[in-house]
Unconditional design. Structure first.
Length: 124
């Protein structure tokens, strides 16, 4: 799910950003920066093989991306802090969206039943 989210957010990349376009000799980051566009990319993703719930992402971005985050209300002492806060909120939103979707399905909701006697049951 996270991998799909990352692909949806950042698109798929045919080659790493470190490889330059043979026509322009510039990276996608450099091209976006020249155009004044925000740019961010997942450079790598590592998962702990013994604990797949743990891992990390390596991101790269340009100054325009950070400026947009600041205008959107993200804060931090450094650009890294600002991007980390943004990425953390993206991950939290994914978790909350999945939880809300799961809770929308009645079969996933916790049902506490209590027999009230006389053929009546309380469900909460």
């Amino acid at each position: 799910m996270i991998k799909k989210l990352i692909k949806d957010l950042f698109g798929t990349k045919p080659e790493p950003a470190t490889l330059k376009d043979p026509k322009t000799k510039k990276t996608p980051k450099e091209l976006a920066t020249e155009r004044g566009e925000p740019w961010v990319e997942v450079l790598s993703m590592e998962i702990d093989k013994d604990n797949p719930g743990q891992g990390s992402f390596e991101l790269d971005w340009n100054d325009k991306f950070v400026a947009n985050l600041i205008r959107a209300g993200y804060q931090g002492k450094t650009d890294q802090d600002i991007v980390d806060n943004w990425f953390r909120s993206v991950c939290q939103n994914v978790v909350m969206e999945n939880y809300e979707q799961a809770m929308a399905d009645p079969s996933n909701r916790p049902n506490n039943r209590r027999d009230l006697g006389n053929g009546r049951t309380e469900i909460s």
